[in-house]
Design a protein around this ligand. Structure first.
Ligand SMILES: Cc1cc2nc3c(=O)[nH]c(=O)nc-3n(C[C@H](O)[C@H](O)[C@H](O)COP(=O)(O)OP(=O)(O)OC[C@H]3O[C@@H](n4cnc5c(N)ncnc54)[C@H](O)[C@@H]3O)c2cc1C
Length: 322
């Protein structure tokens, strides 16, 4: 009974989260004395998974699965789990996998724990540590079903090389018409060069930026750092920035290595969505802004003064270290 992971890809290319859940599953597999099987759907090159401990890939290539479809993908994962007689399925906490995981759990009559942030505390009984209350606390959850599904919180474990010998197998699931009861009609991609989901660094702007005409500051800082751009809810509500950039409790969750908040007050609903980021930097004129309470580094200052100087310094640093 191999551990099954669903290794996600975008436009045929494996995503970073695939390597993180592979690294995680390998470590758990070592504890359980088993192997790791990865399911891929329309991924072009899966060999890289060997670097992170995957022993076998079940490779699905099917035009019907070209776009993400939670019901159909969950059915495919179920069939793969049944073929492999899997007792543990590991998914990421990406936007797609958050939809998928509960469906997979229902399909397999499995217990499901989301937002897992560490290796199992125990394997018998099976207990995992999870984020709770918008990352302000954690809990230990015990899953007692025969099959278990867990969703690993993004950026919580890390990516570790642990090479294995990979075998690749073509996997042809049976797709039913009712797998496609719900279809995605269109996808609107955010225009940023780096997507928030994949970014190591996110530069985010709030109402303190005064208007959309000043977003060059955010974009220039993001460009020099190779970061994605994001914004607070009012900024997207006002139409200053596209909704795809809205982060927070009701927007996209961010669990990045570095989150830079500029002119954002740090309301609880904003913090709830970005709190899992490793290092948080805030630039705000108001020393009493709530964001400073959760920030690792804070600059009390005017964004229109601080950010251009920061960009200048970063450019000079990059030039010196090129
Ligand atoms: C149900 C619900 C869900 C919500 N979900 C979200 C969510 O997902 N995400 C989200 O972001 N919000 C969310 N909100 C809104 C949230 O409560 C706040 O209103 C919002 O986050 C505030 O946005 P802001 O910090 O950009 O603006 P403001 O609160 O107006 O703060 C602007 C900040 O900029 C600073 N500033 C002003 N001028 C400058 C300058 N020149 N340089 C530097 N700093 C400056 C100010 O000191 C201030 O701290 C939600 C609210 C509700 C009720």
């Amino acid at each position: 009974m191999s551990i099954l992971i669903y290794a996600e890809s975008a436009e045929g290319k494996l995503k970073k989260v695939a390597f993180e859940i592979a690294s995680y599953a390998k470590k758990v597999a070592e504890t359980l004395g088993t192997t790791v099987t990865a399911l891929t759907i329309n991924s072009d090159n899966v060999s890289e998974l060997a670097k992170y401990g995957v022993d076998k890939v079940l490779k699905v290539t099917n035009d019907k699965l070209a776009g993400f479809n939670a019901k159909a993908y969950a059915d495919v994962i179920k069939q793969a789990a049944q073929q492999e007689n899997t007792k543990l399925v590991v998914l990421s906490s990406s936007t797609d996998s958050i939809y998928l995981s509960p469906l997979v759990a229902v399909n397999l009559e499995a217990g499901y724990a989301s937002n897992v942030i560490d290796l199992p505390v125990n394997t018998a009984p099976f207990q995992v540590k999870r984020n709770a209350f918008s990352n302000k606390a954690f809990n230990i959850t015990e899953i007692n079903t025969d099959i278990k599904v867990i969703g690993l919180a993004k950026n919580s474990y890390g990516i570790f090389e642990n090479a294995s010998t990979l075998t690749e197998e073509v996997f042809s699931p049976n797709l039913e018409d009712n797998d496609f009861d719900i279809k995605t009609e269109s996808i609107e991609k955010s225009s940023g060069k780096v997507s928030i989901a994949d970014a190591d660094i996110v530069v985010s702007g709030g109402r303190g930026l005064k208007g959309p005409e000043n977003w060059g500051l955010i974009e220039d800082l993001a460009a020099v750092l190779g970061a994605a751009t994001a914004c607070s809810k009012p900024v997207s509500d006002l139409g200053w920035r596209p909704h795809a950039e809205h982060v927070g409790q009701t927007g996209k969750p961010v669990a990045t290595n570095l989150y830079i908040a500029i002119g954002i007050s740090g309301a609880i609903q904003h913090i709830a969505g970005i709190n899992a980021s490793k290092v948080k930097v805030v630039i705000n004129t108001d020393p009493e802004a709530p964001f400073f309470k959760v920030a690792d580094y804070g600059i009390v200052g005017d964004a229109f003064d601080v950010v251009p100087r920061l960009i200048e310094k970063l450019k000079a640093f990059k030039a010196q270290n090129a």
